[in-house]
Design a protein around this ligand. Structure first.
Ligand SMILES: Nc1ncnc2c1ncn2[C@@H]1O[C@H](COP(=O)(O)OP(=O)(O)O)[C@@H](O)[C@H]1O
Ligand SMILES: [Mg+2]
Length: 375
């Protein structure tokens, strides 16, 4: 009989640890016992068995073999219990063996963006975890879905990718920005030559997206005529980023007026097309929303986006809409703390960037570009 995950036991599992000093390995074993992570066969209880301990400078890795019958998925659910019990940051993975990484230091609560972390071309720094700085390659995974409750770093994150792309690719990147908080966040970047347009409301978004749909048709034709299938295999250097902040504003369900609903439907349909076929043509969509509901995130948009990023989510359901997984609801209340998901979930701290820094550095790029044109 399988016995695990009785919620009262689970909550108590970390609290039941004795106060006296105990090694991390011992604590993990106590938590297995307290949370009854075991298989019961008659009168015998089988627990995960320590196979190996690997000590490195920044972490200790505990490898366990699991008795048959313990589903490996449960370990991510109980990750917070281990974190509470050990009072350390932990990552759990399952690759034939159960791997528990216990880190010596906690992730920083804040780290400030600095140009030294910039990479090249379409690889953008997105955050730091215990193993180093993580980069997202927009040529490999063209689109990204971003969610999380308000005031935890969505807009700062998209500004950070916008800035990194603009600084690294001044001649090749262009942006269409749908800043649906009335243009409050991005209007200051209107002067940047790479910014093609900033749409601030439903009407402007409709105009921008109608233009993009036409352009998609043209690009399809051009690619077809040249026998190209994906932009990454062509000499074409240009990439077009469509950044949507507060995407739920384009949801027909929140709009009462019948005629206006049509515009919203059109916008959602266009975003779906960008997600579905835009990638191969050089379009890269970053769709951001604080309301991760089915109405706010069109099905086609979600289905065609592999890369996900969630800041703290309001509920398990919200976490699942963004990540297809629980976990974002358990993140600590630290702005910039997020789960980045491509294949697996990784907890990261997003670098902090502000407008002053961005404007100062971007204005240098603009001046340089103007000088090059004159020469
Ligand atoms: N990566 C970060 N590191 C530290 N603080 C951050 C970070 N991102 C956001 N913050 C803080 O949180 C505030 C809200 O961030 P914002 O991006 O506007 O949230 P959202 O768009 O999700 O509502 C910022 O003004 C800043 O003070
Ligand atoms: Mg915002």
């Amino acid at each position: 009989m399988l016995e695990w995950f009785a919620p009262p036991l689970l909550i108590a599992a970390a609290a039941m640890l004795p106060k006296r000093k105990m090694s991390d390995g011992k604590k993990i074993e106590e938590i297995f016992k307290n949370a009854r992570i075991c298989v019961k066969d008659g009168e015998t209880y089988s627990y995960p068995k320590l196979y190996k301990t690997i000590k490195q400078e920044h972490k200790t890795t505990f490898l366990y073999t699991l008795p048959l019958g313990i589903p490996s998925e449960i370990f991510n659910k109980i990750k917070p219990v281990f974190e509470d019990g050990l009072n350390k940051d932990i990552e759990i993975e399952y690759e034939g063996l159960l791997k528990i990484n216990v880190y010596n230091q906690k992730l920083p609560q804040k780290w400030t963006f600095d140009n030294n972390i910039l990479a090249h071309k379409w690889e953008v720094p997105i955050g730091k975890n215990h193993e180093g700085t993580l980069y997202h390659d927009f040529d490999k995974y063209p689109h990204m879905l971003v969610g999380g409750v308000t005031r935890f770093g969505k807009t700062v994150f998209i500004k950070e990718i916008f800035y990194s792309l603009a600084i690294t690719n001044p001649d090749d990147v262009e942006f269409y920005i749908l800043d649906l908080k009335g243009g409050m966040e991005f209007s200051k970047y209107e002067g940047l030559p790479n910014v093609k347009s900033i749409a601030c409301d439903l009407f402007e978004s409709t105009k921008t997206l109608a233009y993009i749909l036409e352009d998609i048709k043209k690009r399809q034709k051009h690619m077809k005529n040249n026998g190209f299938t994906n932009i990454v295999d062509t000499p074409i250097k240009k990439r077009t980023f469509v950044i949507v902040d507060e995407g739920a504003e384009l949801s027909p369900d929140i709009i009462a007026d019948k005629d206006l609903k049509k515009y919203a439907r059109f916008c959602q349909g266009a975003l779906s097309e960008i997600a579905r076929i835009g990638g191969g043509l050089g379009y890269r969509l970053t769709f951001c929303t604080q309301y991760p509901t089915r109405e706010a995130v069109p099905m086609q948009v979600k289905m065609n986006i592999v890369a996900r990023l969630s800041f703290i989510a309001a509920s398990q359901i919200a976490s699942r809409v963004i990540l297809d997984d629980n976990g974002a609801e358990e993140l600590p209340s630290i702005p910039g703390r997020a789960i980045y998901k491509i294949e697996k979930n990784r907890v990261i701290q997003v670098p902090y960037i502000n407008d002053e820094f961005m404007l100062k550095n971007l204005s240098e790029v603009i001046t340089q570009k103007q000088k090059n044109i004159k020469q």
